[in-house]
Unconditional design. Sequence first.
Length: 182
Amino acid sequence: MLRALVAASVLVTASPAVAEPLPPGAIGLQFGALSGTGADAKRIGAGYYPFGLAAAWQPMSTEQRWNWSLRWATMFGRLYGGNAAQLDSSLQTVQMDVMAGVRYRPWTTPSRYLTLRGGAELLRSNEPIPPKEQRSFVGGVASIGLDQYVGGFLFDVDVRYGLIGSGPGQLALLVGFAVAGP
């Protein structure tokens, strides 16, 4: 009898779950490590991003498992050990990219998402990069990552491959911290 009363009170007082919107925007800092790939590993070497800025727009509610995402980033890099760094000990780069993609939530928690993005990237270096001996490059970029909301913040980890199709190939591991909001 007690079980029936408890079950009845739960059914009467329970309200249906309502989807809550997640903060659609985020702006913050990114840091990371990067390396040239293939023949470009010898040309540009390996290094890190001491500073970067990123902004994202990814409207979702907690009941959605899939949705789209837009992301813009500017990263300042330093690479060491490559033969392109002839005048300075490091090859200094600035890369700007804009990417569109999808976010997917395979877990039950509404605060963690897998991301898959692709787009275009502009890379500029302080010294010419062989074999084209250019300082400016434009090409494709792709990333796969993980977004985690904690309070009003968004933490993300991305693996990014840049300059698909032209310019020096780079593989990067990025860690980001952003303020999430409208």
